[in-house]
Design a protein around this ligand. Sequence first.
Ligand code: URA
Ligand code: URA
Length: 209
Amino acid sequence: MPSATTSVYDQIEALIPEDSPLRGMTSLEDVQSWVAATELIELDRTRLNPVFGVGHPQADLMVIGEAPGADEDKQGEPFVGRAGQLLTKILQAIGFERSDVYIANILKSRPPNNRDPKPDEIAAHIPILHKQIALIQPKLILCVGRTSGTSLLGKDSSLKDMRGTFHDYHGIPVLVTYHPAALLRNGNWKRPTWEDVQLLRKRYDELTT
Ligand code: URA
Ligand code: URA
């Protein structure tokens, strides 16, 4: 159904380089198969499994992390390790099951020893995320962790400066909050995270009912 919001996702599709095979793809399955078969960066060769994304293919809420860790690399699914289990609990606390939302990462392949993603790795993989957003058409995005927020929004800010308020991403509201792995290290960040996800739920309800 044509609507004013169609152009939001067209704008995100337009961020994908014109010569990328992603441009012509019309299903998540096709994108996933291409990602599994394609080596864009060195990490795509050293990974055990690509970690494409999981959840509802037309989710109203997308959750975006940084990169797969060891557990995700083994299982080929995002956020299944210790931090992932905490993310699942946080989502449940605001009334979402994993199957209600779509969960993906900025990088689809694990960086060795969980080092930070490099700018050229992010640049090479982020068109995959743009394609996922263009196909899923979420109404709202939650970025967990600084790298997720800065990579998607294209700005260099601290987590503290980004959290607590909605950012506009080509018309889609984006909330950035602490990464669940950070919460496992520092309990002081649980309260602000709780406040952020309450805001997220409120906005979700406004946008979907
Ligand atoms: N951390 C992330 O950012 N993503 C995962 O999938 C797992 C841990
Ligand atoms: N600092 C970060 O960069 N990310 C977090 O999630 C928490 C603190």
